[in-house]
Design a protein around this ligand. Sequence first.
Ligand code: 5GP
Ligand code: MG
Length: 192
Amino acid sequence: MPANASKSPAHADLESILVSEQAIKRRLKKLGAEIKAVYGDEEITVVSIINGAILFTADLLREIPNPVRLDCIRISSYRNSTKSHGKPQLLHSLSLDIANRHVLLIDDILDTGKTLSMVVGLIAKQSPASVKVCVLLDKKGRREVPFEADFVGFGIPDKFVVGYGLDFAERYRNLPCIGVLKPQLQNPPEWA
Ligand code: 5GP
Ligand code: MG
């Protein structure tokens, strides 16, 4: 589907839209129901990996009827580039005590698997009752370490995507859909 250039200047930077705003809304309702079916009435401690998962977390939480505690964790994995730069680093840790709690870790996208396997390892050290992982997007073909999420919004091909929380050099997070950035806009020298 061609990106609609008339919607906003940011839309005009997309070569295509992979997941529309309406498709995201529909899928989040179903994801909320899947999560509820697994946890029953239990309280969930949601740990959101920011900044990328901010929009996804905010919308998904409103589809989860369970009692929820929310915390955020900040990890660096990309800078002003579409390529990962090696080992993810913990920049800001949890504030809540997660011992004996059911932790649901939320991230925007599962790519090589390095970030989530590192974060699950960190969380597991704090003796939670359980750890499950929910991602909006899954690039299955890109895994470098074995990792599967418990809840997945959409499987997508190996393309660099932006929008709905996902950025390129901190831009495009506010796009309501998920799309592929035009190749000529990836790694422009003035942003490097
Ligand atoms: P992984 O550690 O699984 O390789 O990467 C996970 C992180 O890389 C994600 O949380 C996200 O920040 C970033 N990432 C991976 N693929 C993409 C992509 O296509 N677009 C954007 N904007 N970020 C991505
Ligand atoms: Mg991220």
